[in-house]
Design a protein around this ligand. Sequence first.
Ligand code: FES
Ligand code: FES
Length: 838
Amino acid sequence: MNAPPQALRFHLNGHEVAVCAAPLARLSQVLREELGLTGTKVGCDAGDCGACTVSIDGRQVCACMTPLGQVAGRKVITVEGLASGGALTPLQAAFHRHGAAQCGICTPGMLIAAQDLLDRNPAPTEPEVLDALGGVLCRCTGYRKIVEAVLDAGGLDGGGGSARAENPPAGQAVGARLAKVDGIPKLTGTEIYGADAAPEDALWLRVSRAPHARARFSLGDLAPLRAKYPGLAAVLTHKDVPGSNVFGIYPSGKDQPVLAPGEVRYRGEAVLALAGDAPTIAAIRDEELPITWQPLAPVVGSEAALAEGATLVQAEKPGNILVRGRVVRGDTEAAFAHAAFTAEGAWQTPFVEHAYIEPEAGWARRDGDRLTVAVTTQTPYMDRDEIAHVLGIEKERVRLIPTACGGGFGGKLDASVQLLVGLAAWTLDRPVRCTFTRPESMAATTKRHPAKMRARAACDRGGKLLAYAFDGTFDTGAYASWGPTVADRVPIHAAGPYAVPNVHNTSVAVHTNGPPAGAFRGFGVPQCALVHEALCDELAAQCDLDPLEFRLRNALRKGDSTATGQVLEASAGLAECLEALKPHWGSARERAEAHNARGGDLRRGAGIGCMWYGCGNTAMSNPSTLRVGLSREGRLTLYSGAAEIGQGASTVMVQICADALGVPAACFEVVMGDTELTADAGKSSASRQTFVSGRAAQLAGNDLRAQILRRTNAGDDAALEIAEGAVILREAGQDRRLDLGNLAPDARGDVLLGEGTFDPPTTPLDADGQGTPYATYGFAARSPRSKSTWHWDGSWCATSSPPTTSAARSIRSRSRARFTAASPRDSASRSWRSTFQA
Ligand code: FES
Ligand code: FES
């Protein structure tokens, strides 16, 4: 039996506090919900991720595994207690300079763990830093910047010594190392993520999910449940959905129920939504729900789904086929027949979970005939439209406010918690919040597509690729999600970043009773990169060519045609990437050969891999609009609808817009993503924001500059200075002044507003997949780094566009226990204006 609440005292961030809570309540829960210190994050609630790391008596500890009773009389420091008087600590400042916080959800725990080390060892070595941070997982950074920042704080150069944040003058922001515009809140614990705030009176929502991969079910009488739990405000079923009960990415292919209407197609599918006070929602067990299940044999795996007479996962999808993709060019069979060398093989890859540290979370509130939803997301406008579709209301009546996003990687492109809290708040006319548990997040949300792939490649005696044939079957699970995008992208990219004159690439997305497979860093392209790189190695060996040299001979260059017949007119940087790798590659091969020559059981190898990726939507319109406003007081605000998910989109947009306008980046404030305040900048996916929204930011800056020049009759070369209430223009030794106080402000207080829209030029693809699917591509190559030791991150990467790397190490292993959840405390929504701080 749980011990009753008691008054417990401890020292928190330098002050004595008293809390009345159960001694077994998790410290993380008490800090967040009772004391309002949401800088301590919860990623797993199970001692695995370290996001909740706090300091107790000077040692790092998982707050989610620490019962409140154990901290009585002890000293607890959270991230909020690191900085004093508004100044960052040297460690926080080092994190800021090095860009060590991306999405930032791990940063509070990382800082506490690092400070624990620095307090005991002010100048640690790299292995000591790695050891001290081993209990805190970061899904975004690849750890390198974090380690460099900690070493820097300890006075050592960890290899990022030149990585100093700059405050560049007008016209020099692009290419400069700016500290992130949203960096400070992530370092001080004041950043608000999906689970960190909600209206005070919000109900909590929990989803009851299918325990079977395929089943029918019937719902019994809910009255006894309601009678037993007076705190249960509602149990929502599919009948409570006022608009469409199906949602999905494509307007013509919506197929996933918000709440299952009597049949489930994967384990973890949403069946009922329970809304009520927090203790009630936590107390109700699934076994108490009056659901009668009739389990059915599931379709497991794409082979079973494609078998003759297979059960249809969705009745209206014959053969369980969602969609096929195809790119055909030249005469592949003739080319294979005359080739000097050929290589072929079969490969398969499994489901992969995104494993962002922040589970899905958010809240919704109805105000009359309007709905506000705040949620962690990669795609505010798609969310807004999907919520309106489900509720059967105009999309303008939904305001979507993205919270900070603690990692997405494609997984937060699909609607999850936002539809459920939106539905509950709308139908109950009460604010509602929800945070998925870690197991729920893993069970319910999309995954990387498992793939079964066969491929063949051929080259001539000189190592020039002549032909490539690929066929891939992608398990898209129970519902479509981004399956059509994967089926489209794969055949375009399957032959790799190489010039191949004859191509026959096909793909198919197949429904099974697995979890829906959706977007995950590359939409299927990484799966086929595994194949083309393996075939390159094999052909290089047959030609007796160095693997790097083989790739260099075949690299797509400016003026070459891709598999879709698109001529690359702008840039194609793979050759430059490979040239940059050459010294590292050569020394890595030599080290491996020298090691192997010494004999023994352990053998080493050195590998090289290349990739390319089309930026933006495939062969369809893909516009972004950004705005930049200037207020009467001289406040410059960038209104960016590009969701910031840790990739630095907000900072990049400021850099580009600043240079276009001709003022320093430090002049800007940023409003990010609120659909009421920003224009639609599309989704943060497909490597599109810097290219597409960045161009829109440039056009917006150009537009505002043109308006200012026009009003002052100044020439194109005039230098701009934003002053209080005015813009000063300098030209040929003369100053002109534009007084902003004389201009009429709009609803936001801006007297001038620049706007830019960019839609990258693409064309639809024909039946053979020929056309221009993307306006531009990114290229990258990777090999072992040139160091005499083999590091844990052991690689060197060259890209023709900024790289994003990720790694997650699970070192922490701690005992698990069950604790009673303390009562959640509601808190108000945050302010959505973030300020640039260099
Ligand atoms: S939330 Fe405590 S270790 Fe993950
Ligand atoms: S910055 Fe570490 S998880 Fe995102």
